[in-house]
Design a protein around this ligand. Structure first.
Ligand SMILES: *Cc1c(COP(=O)(O)O)cnc(C)c1O
Length: 365
């Protein structure tokens, strides 16, 4: 058997008519930049999430930068970020001129360790960016309480958490704003780079919308200098065509995670922990194993593609050498680096494929 890590083609084939129709409409109406398909997706996504504003932009990294900028976070400010996430989360902080302050992650949940946030707060701290990592909500009650106590903004990086719920409430609806990536491999993906920002605050929404579109007030009237970070009409139409399927795709991911849990339960590996108050959307299904390199190689030989998300925790990247961090500063993040392994995970995986992965994994330990 050959099992790819993700299979974007299988999803396309299952909704081919919807997608082909959506793309054809955009082309025949030449609705490439702004216009009705972008407005429609913004409205569709805001409705799906139950927020007042959704603003499409070019990608999930820009989304974080624009929200930080719109909130006035910049030079002289510090922003708290988990030690393990994709680099966009911290990169955006530096891009707006603020300082990245890493906090270690929870050994079981992989999200920011809420017990270690307050010791990193200084008078310069302006915001926390929790990440719903792998698709599991960060512990939002504790995060919101800390933010309230210290008067900090909360921006939820929901690039991996579309539709995840914490205590029955959708991720992306807790903070001052939340950001999304619609990168092709994300749980809701366009056919190229795309992203979005969501919030309930009208003034913040106006500012974000302006920054993402050259600071525009009108066609040739600019209230400020922004940038060009718009969601393309083509991607918007594709995303609107896909959105009605998102909840069923999420259920399929959750079912597949359950099948993995069952098939792996007798093995000496750590499967994803899900607190009873959370709904994980399994953007990634990450396990921990001993001898990871060897296990990964054996799986590859048997036709099972896996991934490592991500091999180097952020504080230990060359990019952050200047912060001078040591492994002992982020012990959990450091320990996870050599043990984590992402197994194939997508809605279209079959029980047969999952059982094959589990069997081969058992033989590889
Ligand atoms: C994918 C991702 C992003 C950035 O998204 P892009 O659309 O690729 O810029 C940000 N944060 C996290 C956690 C991600 O996984």
């Amino acid at each position: 058997m050959n099992i790819p890590f993700v299979d974007l083609k299988a999803q396309y084939q299952s909704i081919k008519a919807d997608i082909d129709g959506a793309i054809a409409n955009v082309i025949s109406e030449t609705a490439f930049i702004k216009g009705k398909y972008v407005e429609k997706f913004d409205a569709d996504f805001a409705k799906w999430l139950g927020v007042k504003h959704s603003i499409g932009c070019a990608n999930g990294t820009d989304a974080i930068e624009i929200v930080l900028q719109a909130l006035g976070v910049g030079k002289g400010d510090e922003v708290i970020v988990p030690a393990r996430t994709w680099i966009s989360t911290s990169e955006a902080v530096t891009t707006v001129g603020a300082k990245v302050v890493f906090v270690d992650v929870d050994p079981h949940l992989y999200t920011i360790d809420v017990k270690k946030i307050e010791e990193k707060i200084t008078p310069r701290t302006k915001a926390i960016i929790p990440v719903h990592f792998h698709g599991l909500p960060a512990e939002m009650d504790e995060i919101m309480a800390i933010a309230k106590k210290h008067n900090l903004f909360v921006i939820e990086d929901t690039a991996q958490g579309h539709g995840a719920k914490y205590k029955g409430k959708l991720t992306g609806t807790f903070g001052n704003a939340a950001t999304y990536s619609f990168f092709p491999g994300k749980n809701l993906g366009a056919y190229g780079d795309a992203g979005g920002m969501v919030m309930n605050d009208d003034a913040l929404a106006t500012k974000c919308r302006m920054i993402a579109d050259h600071g525009r007030l009108g066609k040739h009237d600019h209230g400020l200098e922004g940038r060009n970070s718009r969601l393309d009409g083509m991607h918007a139409a594709i995303l609107s065509a896909k959105l009605p399927y998102l909840d069923s795709w999420t259920k399929a991911r959750q079912k597949n995670a359950g099948l993995y849990n069952e098939a792996l339960k007798s093995l000496d590996i750590q499967v994803p922990a899900v607190p009873s108050h959370s709904e994980h959307v399994f953007h990634l299904y990450v396990v921990q194993v001993n001898n990871r390199e060897e296990v990964q190689k054996k799986l590859q030989e048997k036709g099972v593609a896996t991934g490592i998300h991500y091999p180097i925790a952020l504080p230990f990247l060359k990019a952050y050498d200047y912060l001078g961090h040591k492994p002992s500063d982020f012990q959990v993040a450091h320990a996870q680096m050599s043990r984590i392994l992402s197994l194939p995970m997508y809605s279209e995986l079959t029980a047969e494929q999952i059982n094959y992965v589990a069997k081969v994994l058992g033989e590889s330990l």
